[in-house]
Design a binder for this molecule. Structure first.
Ligand code: GLN
Length: 497
């Protein structure tokens, strides 16, 4: 084995060590549990850590490895965003409303990863009901960015991104409704992929905006993400939007040698949307993104400008649709069936009112109010219907652009990690930071963010790759080739354990 500490090793290195019996999964799991115990007080990346259950999973994985039946993830530790239902384990969704909810069943993704033999260490912190871009709206307090603990890790999957960045766990799941995998990946210097809508089952995922929600993967590299995503995908008849397609082996596709080793991306045409390179992004981000484009050219990719004229309207369209769907989805939390119930109330309606008033935080309430408003009689046509039309126009823009290129590339976020509390009184300012990620969800396309440098404050910058439907392997391959030629993704924050 190399000199890399185990907590910093890639999944393929860990795989070899496990298969060669150089280390057991139980020992490896303890390495991560010890690191969590040492660093978690400073980061708050987890809502729940299940030490005993994790070690039991690890022992089962060791038995499977001994039988020679290990798959790529058998015995490898991971964390689930706390939006995924996990049987017998708290599933809080970052909310007081679900702070007493122990799920009676597993999400499809959780089942798939259990079947793969992965070891679940616990549940990662997140914005309440996945609403936010900073993980500050969690009932369990904000997660801190491991690169600068006075700053946010991004959101809503901030716990997942911070845990991978701090090497508390090699892999983590997340969900992305408007950027919640890609943006925290960029803020924390890790790789994150949100697949095509419908590729990963939403069964057992606490719903935020169902037409946009999609589960995906975080890892230290595109290669690690390929392994995790590969184990998550697949048709599930319990999700009516799950797509019936053959499961791809993304990791095997990356391992295939390039025809031209010096220029492994020869033939790849990259589109640069004029709208993503205008005003609005900071100088530090522009410099890092420009340098990454130079690298992509050196790898053989060609570049051309493309137009996404309606992308600038993605924020109002996204926030109208997401809030409308949220107001409907969150009506199920009424204090009757599960979740928080007020201790005292006069009658049924008083119980609904008090349970919801006490159980939801401010941002969630704001969204339920706005969502209810845009769906109400007299406003539906003016807001909801308009937003649906914009959604179609944005998807059309991408369709046209993909007639001219294979991949669309730009910054993941116009800003790097901001200070904790900086946007507390200005939610709209926070919404605007989702400008580059939300168009992708509106169109249902796959998107990936990978590390591409640091700004003047030493904060990570992410590059976003957007692909056509089902082009996950193209995204992962491009990022993998970039990562074979650069070392941004292996940089790890200094957090002495
Ligand atoms: N920041 C966006 C929002 O608040 C996206 C969240 C997400 O993708 N879950 O809705």
């Amino acid at each position: 084995m190399s000199n890399t500490p185990l907590f910093d090793a890639s999944v393929s290195v860990l795989r070899r060590a496990l298969d060669a019996k150089e280390i057991s999964s139980a020992e490896l799991t303890n390495v991560f549990l010890d690191r969590i115990a040492a660093l978690e007080p400073r980061l708050n990346a987890f809502v729940t850590v299940e030490r005993e259950e994790a070690l039991a999973d690890a022992r089962a994985a060791d038995a499977r490895i001994a039988r020679g039946e290990a798959g790529p993830l058998t015995g490898i530790a991971l964390a689930h965003k706390d939006v995924f239902c996990t049987r017998g384990m708290l599933t809080s969704c970052g909310s007081k409303m679900l702070s007493n909810f122990v799920s009676p069943y597993d999400a499809h993704v959780v089942t798939r990863l259990k079947e793969a033999g992965a070891v679940c260490l616990g549940k990662a912190n997140m914005d309440e009901f996945a609403m936010g871009s900073s993980t500050e709206s969690s009932f369990y307090g904000p997660t801190k960015n491991p690169w600068a603990t006075g700053r946010v890790p991004g959101g809503s999957s901030g716990g997942s991104a911070a845990a991978v960045a701090a090497r508390l766990v090699p892999l983590a799941t997340g969900t992305d409704t408007g950027g919640s995998i890609r943006q925290p990946a960029s803020f924390c210097n890790v790789t994150g992929i949100k697949p095509t809508y419908g590729l990963v089952s939403r069964y057992g995922l606490v719903a935020y905006a169902s037409s946009l929600d999609q589960a995906g993967a975080f890892g230290k590299s595109a290669e690690d993400c390929a392994l995790l995503l590969g184990a998550m995908t697949g048709f599930d008849k319990r999700d009516s939007t799950s797509l019936e397609r053959p499961v791809e082996n993304y990791a095997a596709a990356l391992a295939a040698p390039a025809a031209d080793a010096a220029r492994p991306l020869a033939g790849l045409s990259i589109g640069l949307p004029r709208e993503f390179f205008g005003a609005g992004m900071t100088d530090g981000i522009r410099q890092a993104v420009d340098a990454a484009l130079v690298q992509y050219r050196a790898l053989g990719a060609t570049m051309r400008e493309v137009d996404l004229p309606n992308a600038k309207l993605a924020i109002p369209a996204y926030y109208v649709l997401a809030m409308a769907e949220a107001s409907s989805n969150l009506s199920r939390f009424d204090g009757v069936r599960y979740g928080h119930r007020a201790a005292e109330y006069d009658d049924l309606f008083d119980m609904y009112r008090k349970s919801r008033s006490e159980g939801f935080g401010d941002e969630v309430k704001r969204r339920i109010l706005v969502g209810t408003y845009v769906l109400s009689h007299g406003y539906y046509d003016a807001y909801y219907l308009q937003a649906q039309k914009l959604r179609r126009l944005i998807a059309e823009d991408f369709r046209r652009a993909f007639g001219e290129c294979d991949l669309i590339v730009g910054p993941t976020s116009p800003v790097t990690a901001w200070a904790l509390g900086a946007m507390r009184d200005d939610p709209v300012q926070m919404y605007l930071a989702d400008i580059y990620t939300t168009p992708v969800n509106l169109a249902g396309l796959p998107g990936l963010s990978h590390p591409c440098g640091f700004d003047g404050d030493g904060l990570p910058v992410g590059l976003q790759l957007i692909g056509n439907y089902f082009s996950e392997s193209v995204l992962l391959n491009a990022a993998h080739r970039f990562q074979q030629a650069t070392d941004w993704h292996v940089r790890c924050p200094e957090l002495a354990a």
